[in-house]
Design a protein around this ligand. Structure first.
Ligand SMILES: [Zn+2]
Length: 417
């Protein structure tokens, strides 16, 4: 079997034929060169308008990199024709294996992009002896094709979240579709301002926004404002993940403040010897240790109590009736406000302020499951970690769309990846 025969199976062109196949010795990496010729009587197609046009001249032969075979580079070699187009003037012809001035064939780009879903970009570049830039461009190409060809119909529920992509308050706003059976990243945009989210709604369109039934978000004010304005008819849910995250942050604050206080007041020795104070039975403690223990308990109390409050709150999510949940929420807030633990009081105040949106959780009647946004958020973080080395928000956006966008791909005669 000849290589040409295989190529005709996996990558057949109507108006072009494969010619000579040549082995090229290269110290760095051997290559197989495959000549391409226009089929007899076929006329070139103008790249400006896509019409068949009379030929004008031919450019010197060029190499187009194709999917490597057994670790050997494969290149198509073809001398592009130029056409004389009455509409576009003298233009380079359009060829089916490549677009524009690209050095990589379209199939090879999809091949690299396909692997970039499984490996980190650097890994793909290494595995196929190509550059990081080539992998990046291939993914970008796959993403822009996918975005152009995806459907945005029938979306009923979206989740809005932000993700920090660099130290110093550099955020991206992410909008997910969170419908049962279709969960994907719909949009990513720089920053987390009112303007950022407005850009999403502009892309999404008025009609689609009006058909949204559920919007899920955190308590970030600019988001709340825009959601109210652009999707006022939807049930706006503040989701569980973000509320519990707020609480955890508060507990962290309490603990950090406590630790600081201990350090400031030179309580380190107390902490150091606290182990025995706590382990020993009370009757075995010396008088001095009893004093230390009571001091320590006083300091620990806030962290411990905050934790207990959080555990208590978990019950909230178990309710089936909004009215019962509301009653629980109010009681929890009242209890917490009496606690004298400032960070937790702050949480209670926030919950009170967003009471209705929080209770929407129950009004959505299970349409929004607890882990959705959290799950997608974790995937996004993983993608960013895998995309180590990115410097620009744009590159991260591309990586996120590629990994989480569930974007369509064109149909190929042969699946190379
Ligand atoms: Zn033309």
């Amino acid at each position: 079997m000849q290589l040409k025969t295989i190529l005709n199976r996996v990558e057949y062109f109507k108006s072009f034929v494969y010619g000579k196949v040549r082995w090229v010795d290269d110290a760095a990496r051997p290559a197989i060169e495959v000549e391409i010729r226009p089929r007899k009587n076929s006329r070139p197609i103008c790249s400006g308008c896509g019409q068949e046009r009379p030929g004008y001249d031919r450019l010197p032969a060029r190499r187009f990199e194709f999917v490597p075979l057994w670790g050997i580079a494969v290149c198509f070699v073809y001398a592009m024709r130029r056409v004389e187009c009455p509409e576009c003037g003298v233009k380079v012809e359009m060829v089916p294996w490549c677009d524009g001035k690209n050095q990589l064939t379209t199939t090879y780009r999809w091949f690299l992009a396909g692997w970039a879903k499984r490996l980190c970009w650097k890994g793909v570049a290494c595995a196929f002896h190509t550059t990081w830039q080539n992998v990046f461009r291939s993914v970008k190409h796959a993403v822009s094709w996918g975005l152009d060809h995806r459907s945005l119909e029938g979306i009923q529920a979206i989740g809005i979240d932000e993700i920090q992509w660099q130290r110093g308050h550099k955020y991206l706003t992410l909008v997910y579709q969170i419908d049962e059976g279709c969960r994907r990243l719909l949009w990513a945009g720089k920053d987390r301002t009112t303007k950022t989210l407005l850009r999403f709604f502009r892309m999404f369109g008025k009609e689609r926004s009006a058909r949204l039934r559920f919007v899920c978000s955190d308590m970030w004010k600019p988001y709340l404002k825009v959601i109210g304005r652009k999707a006022g008819q939807a049930i706006h849910v503040l989701d569980r993940f973000h509320i519990m995250a707020k609480m955890n942050k508060a507990i962290d604050e309490v603990r950090a403040a406590e630790a600081k206080r201990l350090e400031r007041d030179d309580y380190e020795p107390v902490l150091k010897h606290s182990r025995w104070c706590l382990l020993k039975r009370e009757e075995n403690l010396t008088e001095k240790q009893v004093v230390k223990l009571s001091e320590l308990l006083q300091y620990n109390l806030q962290s411990v109590r905050s934790r207990l409050m959080r555990e208590d709150f978990q019950q909230f999510w178990e309710y089936s009736y909004p009215a019962c949940a509301a009653k629980f929420l109010d009681q929890w807030c009242t209890r917490t406000m009496r606690s004298k633990i400032e960070p937790m009081k702050k949480v209670a105040k926030t919950l009170r302020r967003h009471r209705e949106l929080i209770l929407n959780w129950f009004r959505a009647e299970g349409a929004i499951s607890a882990g959705i946004v959290e799950g997608l958020n974790n995937k996004a973080k993983l993608t960013m970690r895998k995309a180590y080395g990115f410097r620009t928000a744009k590159a991260i956006e591309v990586a996120l769309y590629h990994q989480l966008g569930d974007l369509p791909e064109p149909e190929f005669t042969h699946e190379f990846w």
